[in-house]
Write a protein that binds this ligand. Structure first.
Ligand SMILES: Cc1cc2nc3c(=O)[nH]c(=O)nc-3n(C[C@H](O)[C@H](O)[C@H](O)COP(=O)(O)O)c2cc1C
Length: 390
């Protein structure tokens, strides 16, 4: 598979990327654990790039237990070890950074109420807590925190950061008319609701200019649609992607359970969303396609839609040696199912095992699952932040 060179000069040795799959295995304080280092160490070496699991940029942005933190300078030492493990044999290492916003709760936040653009509770899950509306000063602090986190990722030796603007977290909450009903400069019409994302991109970009003595990637992940009303529709996303096309980001990464998915809201629209994104970007930025890629033929099919790179999430959990096996012509030994008895061999941390056995059971393709045929197909994936549409 051909290498890929970004405009900033960073070259990936091939077009296969591991999309972020959180292990839920950081220490209580967000420090990196040896479990995480082992998980990524087992998966680096073959792929062009690994995008590491999401890390919070500020304490109020923590979204779940066992989450990685990049909020403090004290996190850098552990993150350096993580970056090192991910960069084995020339694989490039990007870290995903975020603020969870209203997708958290007062237990995870040690008694504090979650925060968001507006004091509006998410419809899913049903027991979501009502967030507190962020003040203008707090918004400024979060924007600064994204820049500080970028500085720390540079210091830790990563090759880039990816801004997590997908899966209904804070960046998406500011863009969505569902969660952002502010009347100040951070809310309003579609363009106005992009202000927070633009400010975060600028903050991260400034940190790169200031602190990186080497090419350093800035990515942006989006979720193309929401199913709530009001909510983000494809027309909104195309406008957002147009903004990204002219922005300082080096790549755009979509979040979908199936790379061939068509609109969740407009069933009469049969054009794959990825084709729309490729057309909208018109070569201005590379696009990473993702969603139910398992076989080399699946990966080629996504590249054939015009994406520059292809990411795999679940398949890289199941098969750490995917790329090596493809390169060796040993495709017959690629694991497409996950055996409960191989979890330790696959370096899947125990907290992640519980997670895979729980929320993700039906889509992980367990060898023990009698209904292994179930998949995301043309539905929203659980990670995308809303209930699966059946
Ligand atoms: C266990 C697990 C953890 C995930 N964690 C993240 C995450 O931290 N950030 C993110 O953007 N997506 C996350 N995702 C979504 C994946 O990156 C990917 O978009 C999704 O699984 C669809 O791709 P796939 O069909 O190749 O698995 C996660 C998915 C799984 C299964």
């Amino acid at each position: 598979m051909a290498p890929y060179t970004f405009k900033n000069g960073i070259t990936l040795k091939n077009r296969m990327v591991m999309s972020p799959t959180t292990t839920m295995s950081s220490f209580y304080d967000g420090h990196v654990t040896n479990d995480e280092i082992a998980f990524y160490g087992a998966r680096s070496g073959g792929l062009g790039m690994i995008i590491g699991e999401v890390a919070n940029v500020i304490a109020s942005g923590k979204g779940f237990e066992g989450e990685l933190s990049i909020a403090n300078d004290g996190d850098i030492a552990g993150l350096s070890e993580l970056a090192h493990a991910m960069k084995r044999n020339g694989t490039k290492a990007v870290l995903q950074i975020f603020h969870a916003g209203r997708k958290s709760n007062d237990q995870i936040l040690r008694g504090n109420q979650p925060v968001s653009a507006s004091a509006i509770k998410a419809a899913y899950p049903a027991d979501s807590q009502t967030p507190r509306e962020l003040t203008a000063d707090e918004i400024d602090d979060i924007i600064t925190a994204f820049g500080d986190a970028t500085r720390r990722a540079i210091a830790a030796g990563f090759d880039g950061v990816e801004l997590h603007g997908a899966n209904t977290y804070l960046l998406q909450q500011f863009f969505s008319p569902n969660s952002n009903q502010r009347t100040d400069k951070w809310g309003g019409n579609r363009d106005d609701r992009m202000a927070f994302a633009k400010a975060v991109i600028a903050s991260a970009h400034t940190a790169i200019d200031q602190y990186a003595d080497r090419p350093f990637l800035l990515g942006y992940r989006i979720s193309p649609e929401e199913i709530e009303t009001p909510g983000i529709r494809l027309a909104d996303t195309l406008a957002f992607v147009d903004m990204l096309g002219d922005s300082a980001v080096d790549y755009v990464h979509t979040s979908m359970g199936s790379a061939h998915r068509t609109s969740l809201n407009d069933k009469s629209d049969h054009e794959p969303i990825i084709a729309k994104l490729v057309a909208q970007l018109a070569g201005r930025k590379p696009l990473i396609g993702v969603g139910s890629v398992e076989t080399p033929a699946d990966a080629d099919a996504v590249l054939d839609m015009g994406t520059d790179l292809v990411a795999m999430g679940r398949e890289m959990i199941r098969e750490p040696q995917w790329m090596e096996k493809v390169a060796d012509g040993d495709e017959a030994s690629i694991r497409y199912q996950l055996s409960p008895s191989e979890m330790a061999e696959l370096k899947i941390p125990r907290a992640m095992q519980d997670y895979l056995n729980g929320a993700f059971y039906s889509v992980m393709h367990f060898t023990t699952d009698p209904e292994a045929a179930a998949d995301y197909q043309n539905q929203a994936a659980p990670m995308e932040g809303f209930e699966k549409k059946m």
